[in-house]
Design a protein around this ligand. Structure first.
Ligand code: PEP
Ligand code: MG
Length: 461
């Protein structure tokens, strides 16, 4: 298993040779270079940096794939799901990628280049305007306070999180620590990373989501046999319950890092209460072990469930009795509710955040959390979309967690909205029968609940 990485590398070199493609070495890649690939895995994306490249585009992938999420974390413009882009582009071609609109222009005309230079200036001017929101409260016009937190993939993102004024880390995707390497991280390495995050965040809360590998996030250090449907397979907590020693190996450093403070542990891919109970037994074992051997323990332990599978949403009232908080993962909740693979471009048009079934499930979870009096947040990509975040507020969500660079655009949208009107609108959306109807009603009626300027884009019909 240790050599698998080398084999992978040899295979790539052979393919490169067969295709007679000359890839510029990393050291030769000039700033301004765009990577055009059939696919990039989340771990390959994680190794890209803005110093080396200006962006990338791929044939496959969807907007909520972990590759796209990683691009956001790195601040890299990207367009995914382009089908055949690799057929059309040759080395040294000139191209423009527009990550906002999801557009690629190959061999742009001088006018198009100018138009995009102007657009880039406009975007940086808007970023300056957004700075004004940094120290303002995330509050609607009628005084509803919304807590805005950040999603992170790496400890290195913390300065950006603090700079953008996040009130905490709502989702730390700890799996990236496992994905990027050929052997499992040691407990010491993990402790160092987890401690650096809690220390840097001070009194602000940090939610550690336990290892969520599988699906489109493969960790070569944890060999999962090939699966026909990886998103429905041995992923996340299922894998941790199948290999409890890997789970313990993550939990112990979490308990050490959480010594003397509040420790929040979030369990991904919960489909039934039994999984939570089984996980709690292993968590308790790890807690006792660290306490007995090292006299370290958190001042308070909170265990949460990700609600991202329809069965969990439907049973949210039952699960609420077993956990301390909920976090709705809309990326997966949409994928599993609508049976649409979030990385499959061919069914991308069916991936609809505003599908009435999705909205109903979210409302059901909000109500269950309210009745059980436990905190709830949304940490899927919906939370970081200024437009969709307003719908979540209308559905009753009061904590949103997103990529750090989206915090200010979402805060601006919230400050221009009226929560009571959003509530009425959401109630109305819940009575509609089709995604198309929802989009039509939103396009017509969202402006009545929103008084900010048009940075909140209305959906195109
Ligand atoms: C989600 O599913 O919405 C989520 C936040 O988790 P991930 O994107 O890592 O699957
Ligand atoms: Mg998920």
């Amino acid at each position: 298993a240790e050599r698998s990485n080398d084999l992978y590398d040899v295979a790539r070199r052979v393919l490169k040779f067969l295709g007679q493609i000359k890839y510029p070495a990393a050291s030769e890649r000039a700033q301004g270079c765009i990577i055009v690939a059939n696919d990039l895995g989340p771990s390959e994306t994680a190794q890209l940096s803005r110093d080396q490249i200006s962006g990338f585009c791929t044939n496959s992938g969807g907007p909520t794939s972990h590759t796209a999420i990683m691009a956001k974390a790195l601040g890299l413009p990207a367009v995914v799901g382009l089908d055949y882009i690799t057929h059309y582009v040759r080395n040294n071609d000139t191209m423009i990628i527009d990550g906002t609109e999801g557009k690629v222009i190959l061999h742009p005309t001088p006018e198009e280049i100018q138009q995009y230079r102007d657009r880039a200036k406009e975007i940086s001017r808007d970023r300056e305007l957004l700075e004004r929101y940094r120290d303002l409260a995330a509050e609607t016009l009628d005084g509803a306070g919304i807590c805005l937190e950040a999603n992170i993939e790496f400890a290195e993102e913390i300065p950006k999180v603090l700079e953008q004024g996040a009130e905490g880390i709502g989702l730390f995707r700890t799996e990236y620590f496992f994905i990027e390497r050929s052997s499992l991280p040691t407990e010491d390495e993990q402790e160092e990373a987890y401690s650096s995050v809690v220390n840097a965040m001070g009194d602000k809360p940090v939610v550690f989501r336990t290892l969520d590998v599988g699906g489109d996030k493969l960790a070569i250090s944890i060999p999962i046999p090939p699966e026909h449907n990886p998103f429905l397979g041995l992923r996340a907590l299922r894998l941790c319950l199948a290999y409890p020693e890997i789970f313990r190996r993550q939990l112990r450093p979490l308990f050490r890092a959480g010594h003397g403070r509040e420790l929040r542990i979030l369990l991904p891919m919960i489909s039934s209460i039994d999984e939570i109970r089984k996980a709690k037994v292993i968590i308790e074992e790890a807690r006792v072990q660290v306490k007995r051997n090292e006299q370290k323990s958190p001042s308070k332990l909170l265990i949460g469930a990700m609600i991202e599978i329809p069965s969990a949403a439907l049973q949210a009232d039952v699960l609420a009795r077993e956990v301390d908080f909920f976090s709705i993962g809309t990326n997966d909740l949409i994928q599993y509710t609508l049976a649409v693979d979030r990385v499959n471009k061919m069914v991308g048009h069916l991936y609809q955040e505003t599908h009435p079934a999705v909205l109903k499930l979210i409302r059901k979870v909000v109500v269950a959390a309210e009745e059980a009096n436990i905190p709830l947040s949304v940490c899927g990509e919906m939370a970081g979309d200024p437009y969709l975040s307003l719908i979540l507020v209308g559905l009753g969500v009061r904590t949103l967690s997103m990529s750090p660079q989206l915090l200010l655009p979402v805060k601006r949208a919230i400050r221009g909205a009226d929560a009571a009107k959003l509530r009425e609108l959401a109630d109305r959306l819940l009575t509609l029968s089709s995604p198309m109807e929802v989009r039509e009603v939103l396009a017509r009626e969202l402006p009545t609940a929103y008084r900010g300027s048009l940075e909140v884009k209305l959906p195109t019909l």
